[in-house]
Design a protein around this ligand. Sequence first.
Ligand code: CTP
Length: 396
Amino acid sequence: MLKNKRIILGISGGIAAYKMANVASMLVKLGADVHVIMTEAATHFITPQTFEVLTKNKCYVDIFERDGNIHVPHVTLATTADAFLIAPATADVVGKIANGIADDMLTSTILPALCPVIIAPSMNVHMYENKIVQSNIDKLKSFGYEIIEAASGYLACGDVGKGKLPSEEILVDYILKACAKEKDLAGKNILVTAGPTKESIDPVRYITNHSTGKMGYAIAKMAMLRGANVTLVTGETNITPPSFVDVVKVISAKDMYEAVTSRRDSQDIIIKSAAVADYRPINVAEDKIKKSDGDMSIPLERTDDILAYLGANKKPGQFICGFSMETQNMLENSRAKLVKKNVDMIAANNLKQEGAGFGTDTNIITLITKDEVVELPMLSKDAVADSILDAILSNV
Ligand code: CTP
């Protein structure tokens, strides 16, 4: 995801500097060209050599040190980077940036930076809460720098409170959001549904399906990386929702109906990849149903069809994409859903095809609109998500 992207990591002298080795390694694995700049203080916590081995690039500390490969490194790096993360940013570095001081390699590279600059202040809780530090952080926000709020917990000094550097995954997510994708969905409100619904039978049992939420979560993630404001309405899953999306957790088809219909007015695009139960038990027993010798059956009633409701009550200009999971006559059945539910596109998949459907990391999708049918090859769910978003963009 970061192929051909140049990322600068600026590391200042806090104990959390050690975490940045992992961040550098994660970025390299995502394909990025990573350049690390350390303050002299940071070298007391981790060595430049660690980063040189991990990134295969020179790690800069001294602004006057010559580098045969890059001309005037602080300017060249700053003006050619796609994203710049300063983490941990100590009170000292926060104060220097906020006041335009550029007295070493790191701070001198921040001033000419043309790319998104992300700053993760990290320090002792009392330093973090100090009014001068807070005022400097506010100043940085007002200048357009993105601030990653410090996490709370046990701090290296022994205090408990706010000041921790967030996890490496969170730091990498900020970089991905800043530069992984072109922001061609900026300003769009997109609601995505994902995962299964659960319909209770009694306090012990429920009816559900095999959906894992992977497809919907991939769509939510890609839409977020492409700049959209994403709401993810999700049934229960075992996967972590993407960062920077508004997550609404639901259990049953009724919950999902309410969560989606109450938010639909403000959405430009709605993508319904959830596997919603079509039926639920008419009565939910208050106590556990005890077994008896004979067989039993459970009377079921229809749930509301959320997609059909959205299609019937579509706002002008709103784009609605449904999913269709079939095991036979995929094209014919999916076309019928497109018409019956009055939606703009159906992403159809055949559960019986290897590499498609529930739980896999890949999918094989056919995109059906009223004018065309586009068969996609087997792709990762991330790539399928991008293709669905591309198709929506070319139809809106
Ligand atoms: N869907 C919905 N509400 C329901 C059932 C389905 O919004 N109560 C949506 C799904 O999220 C999906 C689309 O309708 O986007 C198609 O779902 P699918 O299960 O493939 O088909 P159904 O319409 O339920 O029809 P059938 O089960 O007969 O194939």
